[in-house]
Design a binder for this molecule. Structure first.
Ligand SMILES: [Zn+2]
Length: 112
């Protein structure tokens, strides 16, 4: 077994995933929507199920939920923690506070 400095990435990712899933569940819980409803897309009309659920969510909840879902997808795709603007690694201290962050501080400030 090789020695690693600091917390192994896999442990960090598991912690971030848990944070994101907790945030997602909290948002869904507040909105009174189940995860099944959110992912249950009508095969006849792929946008219908999602849209029906989306309509019952506030704009802020929808935005936050989209960010959280995208971050979870990045963990699965192993691109989590990489800035979508410039491609550099987002510092873990930032991700610890904002696990759904898709941009580094510099890109975030540029986009505001
Ligand atoms: Zn950046």
């Amino acid at each position: 077994m090789s020695k690693t400095i600091g917390t192994p990435r896999i442990t960090v990712l598991a912690a971030r995933r848990a944070q994101l899933e907790a945030e997602r569940d909290h948002l869904l819980d507040q909105a009174g929507v189940s995860l099944d409803e959110l992912v249950d897309v009508d095969p006849e009309d792929p946008t219908r199920g999602r849209d029906a659920v989306s309509a019952s969510l506030s704009a802020l909840t929808r935005t936050t939920l989209a960010e959280v879902t995208a971050a979870l997808a990045r963990i699965d795709a192993d691109t989590y923690g990489r800035c979508e603007g410039c491609g550099t690694s987002i510092p873990d201290e930032r991700l610890e506070i904002m696990p759904a962050a898709a941009l580094c501080v510099a890109c975030q400030q540029r986009s505001e």
